[in-house]
Write a protein that binds this ligand. Structure first.
Ligand code: CA
Length: 220
């Protein structure tokens, strides 16, 4: 899964990026509204953390433009402390949740997990398919209850497929959701990660749908 952090306070942006990276997400950071609007329009994100007070274009305008363009990515808005009118504007503008600054990082992570889960239609915090369970709260994976060790990329591939259980996901889509903007992208490596996941979780667990992509679980 991949998250966009839009925050112009450098220190806060770094803290958010660090916490999200440790939690297993690919993370991009931008510090102004124009770049944020562009990135949201051109890249595939699973969630966005959006500050409202931004240079060049404010966060509310960015959000409105995304929504007008039909971009439905879940957005967690960061508001100034006690600013109820910012919350109201944010929610009216298409935000899915908000948090007042200063905040606890753990709460941001929990709210993002909930947003991502809801946008994928999952009710339970733990994702399950057959004998495999993935817990986004601890970034952990088990097979028949036994912990399985995965690299960051393997975890992101598995997490994306399990958040979209039953749907065929193309190699291009997977590539977009497991790498941050500044990492070396090579769609062939997705095949490598799939191969390693099959060795660790069972060859049958990830189905190859010829010419289309990969699928976990039954088609709906
Ligand atoms: Ca700001």
């Amino acid at each position: 899964m991949r998250v966009l952090v839009v925050e112009d306070e450098a220190q806060l942006s770094e803290q958010l990026a660090g916490a999200l990276t440790r939690a297993g997400y690919a993370v991009d950071c931008v510090a102004d509204g124009e770049t944020a609007e562009f990135m949201g329009q051109t890249e595939g994100y699973d969630a966005v953390v959006l500050d409202l007070g931004l240079p060049k274009m404010d966060g509310l305008a960015v959000l409105r433009r995304w929504r007008e363009a039909g971009i439905r990515v879940p957005v967690l808005v960061l508001t100034a402390r006690g600013s109820w009118h910012e919350k109201v504007q944010g929610i009216d503008g298409g935000a899915d949740d908000y948090m007042a600054k200063p905040f606890q990082m753990e709460e941001v992570l929990a709210r993002l997990r909930a947003l991502i889960r809801r946008s994928g239609g999952q009710a339970s915090p733990e994702l399950r398919s057959g004998a495999v369970a993935l817990d986004p709260r601890s970034s952990s994976v088990t097979l028949d209850g036994v912990p399985v060790k995965l690299t960051g990329h393997e975890f992101r591939v598995l997490s994306y497929l399990m958040h979209h259980c039953g749907r065929v996901v193309s190699q291009g889509e997977l590539t977009e959701h497991i790498y941050s903007q500044d990492s070396e992208r090579d769609s062939n490596t997705v095949e490598v990660f799939i191969g390693r996941l099959r060795r660790k979780l069972g060859a049958e667990f990830i189905e190859t749908v010829r010419g289309l992509g990969y699928r976990i679980g039954e088609a709906p």
